[in-house]
Design a protein. Structure first.
Length: 75
């Protein structure tokens, strides 16, 4: 079975939680962000907020894989 490239970030607008069956394999290790606004109302500020959240999520996973504490969480 041919599996397409994985998706790192999926943004779903209009508060829809369902995904198609083929998307489940692609986003299994990615971040799924559900946005309450409809697509025409989706703006650059919302995208920036989601990208910052994704950046934090990606760094957290990266540090967990190599077994180091996250530098932002050190006391």
């Amino acid at each position: 079975m041919l599996v397409p490239h994985p998706v790192d970030l999926l943004i779903r607008t209009s508060n829809e939680y369902r995904l198609s069956n083929f998307m489940l394999l692609q986003v299994r290790y990615g971040l799924i962000e559900i946005e309450k606004n409809f697509w025409p109302a989706f703006n650059l500020l919302m995208l920036a907020r989601i990208l910052l959240k994704y950046n934090y999520f990606y760094n957290e996973i990266k540090y967990r894989k190599i077994g180091l504490p996250h530098p932002e969480k050190q006391e």
